[in-house]
Design a protein around this ligand. Structure first.
Ligand code: ZN
Length: 509
C-alpha cells in the first residue's frame, strides 16, 4: 500500500487531460515541421541523447587498442602464472614494484615527498603499494582495492593417511567452490611449512613440466549410479576431497603405516619437515595447469584464479604507472576475501588502514587523528573485483537487461550483496556519477551489471569494509565466466579497458 501513489482527490481530473492534450499536440507538431528525413534524423539523435547503450568493444576498439589488449594480456598471463596463491602474488608484486623503484615503507624516510613510491607486505599474504601525490594527504587518497586469494582446497591440520596401500591428504576446501569440479584434475601444491626450529620452507610442486602433480580421484561412471543420484552439491562431498599423493612404502611388510611412513620420510628428506609441522602449515591445492589463450581468435584468457587477479594486476599496473600523481594513489591487494575478508590479512584487518595512516603521517609532517580521519573521509576507492559475465547457456539466472557481457568493458556495480541488498555497500550516486564522468570524458567505455537475478543468490566484495572508514567506494571489475571454477574465462579487451579505467580513476577523480 505504501508503494502505490494515489493522486489527491479533486486535483487530478482537471489537470490530467490538459497535460495529455499538450503532449499529443507536441508529438504531432514536430514531424509536420520537418520533412520525413529530418524527422528520422531528429528521432535518431534524440535516441542517442537519451538512451545508454553498451557496445561491444571489439567493434569500437582501434587496431592499436586491440594490439595493446593482446599485449597487456600477455603480461597479465605471465603475472598470474607466477602467482597462483596470495603468498606468491605478494612475492611477485614485491619483485615487480622493487624493480620500479618502490621501497618498503619501513625503510623509507620519515618524510615522503610527491613522487615517493612505497610498499608494505601484509604478513606475506596481502600487499599495499602507493605513489605519493602532489596534493596534501588531507585531500584524500585514490585507492584501488582488489583481492589476491582465490577459491581452492587447503590441507587439514592432520592431512596424511594411508588406505589400500596408497597415501592421501585430507583436505578442507576454501571459499565457494562446486566440489565436483575439483576431481579428476591435475593439481599442484603451494604454500609454506614452518619447521619445529622456526625456519620456514616454501613448497611448490606441480607447476614445472618435470614436476609430479596430484589429483582427487573420482568414481567411474560404471559404478556411479548412486553418486549421480545425489544432489549436485553432494555429488562429491567435502570429506571425499582426498588428494592422492603417493604409494611407495618404507620398511618391510611388518612395519605398520609403512606407506604413510614412506611419504613422510620423503617429505622429511626433501623439506626437513615432520607430521607435526603440517599442523600449522599453509598448503594450498590449486589446478596444476597454466593460463591459456582461449578461442581460435585468442580473444579470451582461460586460467585458474582470475577472480580476482584479473583486477589485481590492472590495479597494480595502474598505480605503478604513476610518477607524480595529483593525489596519493594506493593499490591494496588483500587476502581472505573469499571467506569474508576475515583475519589480519583480510580487508577487515587494521593492517591496511595502518599503512594508510603511516602514509598519511609521512606525507603530512606527522600524525594527527583528526587529520587522518579527514583524509579517509576525502578518499575514494574502486573496489576492484570481478563480476559475473552473462552466460547464454545459463541465462535464466540473470536479468539480461542488468547483466554484464564479456567484451563490453569494465563493469561498474552500484552494489553487490544478496536478497534485498543485504551486506551491500551501495555506492553513493554522487561518487558513482563522478567515476562515470571521469571515464566518459576520457572515452573509456564501461558497462554495468548485477550479480544475477534478484533473490537468486548474490555475493560480496571488500567494498563495505573500506566504506566503514568513510571512504567513497564503488565496486567495479572484469566480467568472468565459470567464476570460482578451476578454469575461469575473461575477455582480453575487458582486461585492458579495466586497466585504462583504473588508471583514469587515479588520475582524474
Ligand atoms: Zn570470488
Amino acid at each position: 500500500m505504501a508503494v502505490k501513489k494515489t493522486p489527491a482527490a479533486g486535483k487530478t481530473p482537471a489537470a490530467k487531460p490538459a497535460a495529455a492534450e499538450k503532449t499529443v499536440r507536441t508529438r504531432r507538431a514536430a514531424p509536420a515541421a520537418k520533412d520525413a528525413k529530418d524527422a528520422k534524423e531528429a528521432v535518431k539523435e534524440l535516441k542517442e541523447k537519451l538512451f545508454k547503450d553498451y557496445p561491444n568493444l571489439w567493434d569500437k576498439a582501434s587496431t592499436d587498442d586491440v594490439e595493446s589488449a593482446y599485449a597487456f594480456a600477455e603480461e597479465y598471463r605471465r603475472f598470474i602464472d607466477l602467482g597462483k596463491t596470495e603468498r606468491e602474488v605478494v612475492i611477485a608484486s614485491i619483485e615487480t614494484v622493487e624493480s620500479l623503484g618502490f621501497v618498503d615503507i619501513e625503510t623509507a624516510g620519515k618524510v615522503l615527498k610527491p613522487g615517493a613510491k612505497v610498499y608494505k607486505s601484509i604478513r606475506g599474504k596481502g600487499f599495499v603499494c602507493a605513489v605519493v601525490g602532489k596534493k596534501p594527504a588531507s585531500a584524500g587518497m585514490n585507492l584501488l582495492g582488489a583481492h589476491i586469494d582465490s577459491p581452492r582446497i587447503d590441507l587439514k591440520p592432520v592431512p596424511v593417511y594411508e588406505e589400500a596401500d596408497m597415501v592421501f591428504f585430507k583436505t578442507h576446501y576454501y571459499g565457494g567452490i562446486k566440489k565436483y569440479q575439483w576431481v579428476s584434475l591435475p593439481l599442484s601444491l603451494h604454500g609454506v611449512v614452518v619447521r619445529g626450529d622456526g625456519s620456514k620452507v616454501s613448497v611448490c610442486v606441480g607447476e614445472k613440466d618435470e614436476d609430479p602433480v596430484f589429483t582427487i580421484t573420482d568414481l567411474l561412471p560404471h559404478l556411479g549410479a548412486e553418486q549421480m543420484a545425489r544432489k549436485a552439491n553432494e555429488t562429491v562431498k567435502g570429506e571425499e576431497l582426498n588428494l592422492l599423493v603417493g604409494s611407495l612404502p618404507y620398511g618391510d611388510k611388518d612395519t605398520s603405516s609403512r606407506f604413510k611412513l614412506g611419504l613422510l620420510k620423503l617429505l622429511n628428506d626433501q623439506y626437513g619437515i615432520t607430521e607435526q609441522d603440517l599442523v600449522s602449515a599453509e598448503l594450498e591445492i590449486v589446478p596444476a595447469f597454466r593460463s591459456r589463450d582461449l578461442g581460435f581468435d585468442r580473444s579470451f584468457v582461460g586460467a585458474y584464479g582470475q577472480d580476482d587477479r584479473v583486477c589485481s594486476f590492472p590495479a597494480l599496473v595502474a598505480v605503478t604507472d604513476q610518477e607524480k600523481p595529483d593525489k596519493t594513489c594506493v593499490a591494496i591487494l588483500s587476502d581472505k576475501e573469499e571467506i569474508g575478508s576475515e583475519g589480519n590479512t583480510g580487508a577487515k584487518s587494521r593492517l591496511y588502514v595502518n599503512f594508510l595512516s603511516d602514509l598519511y603521517a609521512r606525507t603530512s609532517g606527522g600524525y594527527d587523528e583528526i587529520g587522518f580521519q579527514k583524509c579517509l573521509e576525502n578518499s575514494k576507492m574502486l573496489s576492484a573485483d570481478v563480476s559475473v559475465g552473462y552466460d547464454p547457456t545459463f541465462g535464466s539466472v540473470s536479468d539480461p537487461k542488468n547483466s554484464a557481457y564479456l567484451g563490453r568493458g569494465i563493469v561498474l556495480e552500484k552494489y553487490t550483496g544478496h536478497r534485498g541488498k543485504s551486506d551491500a555497500s551501495d555506492a553513493n550516486a554522487e561518487f558513482y556519477a563522478e567515476v562515470i564522468r571521469a571515464l566518459e570524458s576520457a572515452g573509456i567505455p564501461w558497462q554495468t551489471g548485477e550479480l544475477g537475478k534478484v533473490d537468486f543468490g548474490g555475493g560480496g566484495t571488500i567494498a563495505k569494509y573500506m566504506a566503514d572508514y568513510g571512504i567513497e567506494v564503488l565496486d567495479c571489475g572484469v566480467a568472468v565466466l565459470s567464476m570460482h571454477g578451476p578454469f575461469e574465462v575473461t575477455s582480453k579487451i575487458d582486461v585492458y579497458y579495466t586497466y585504462l579505467a583504473y588508471k583514469r580513476f587515479i588520475e582524474a577523480v
